[in-house]
Design a protein around this ligand. Structure first.
Ligand code: AMP
Ligand code: ZN
Length: 118
């Protein structure tokens, strides 16, 4: 399948990977919209939130727990961060492989207002 994020998960396309396990790969966004911009992806190819099936219930739960773990690892858990799923073109999704954006590191609330991100 010709999917960029599948290739990153398989490590056939390079990325700045900061964490990986059996189910997820976590790497730095190539075009960061915040001082810290991380993407959390499942190894399983799922197009978007719209394409989740009942069997993915535990995967999506673990995706949030992975985000929590990464936030702690990056020491942004206390200060705070945003978690964002873009869904479909109207929601700003350009890569059709499920990914959770983790955004953080702003100095103040003005800097936090990122065009294209909530
Ligand atoms: P979305 O708009 O929700 O589909 O987000 C896709 C994200 O993937 C964007 O923030 C891109 O900057 C990011 N991105 C695209 N290609 C790469 C890549 N090769 N490595 C890391 N991040 C990427
Ligand atoms: Zn994929």
């Amino acid at each position: 399948m010709d999917c960029l994020f599948c290739k990153i998960a398989q490590e056939t396309v390079p990325a700045s990977i900061i964490y990986k396990d059996d189910e997820f790969v976590v790497f730095k966004d190539i075009n960061p919209k915040a001082p810290i911009h991380i993407l959390i992806i499942p190894r399983k190819h799922i197009v978007s939130i719209n394409h989740l099936e009942a069997e993915d219930e535990s995967l999506i739960g673990k995706m949030f727990l992975t985000a929590k773990k990464i936030a702690k690892k990056l020491e942004i858990d206390e200060k705070g961060y945003k978690l964002v799923f873009n869904v479909g073109r109207g929601g700003g999704q350009i890569i059709d492989h499920l990914h959770l954006h983790l955004l953080a590191g702003w100095k103040n609330s003005t800097e936090r207002n990122v065009p294209g991100m909530p």
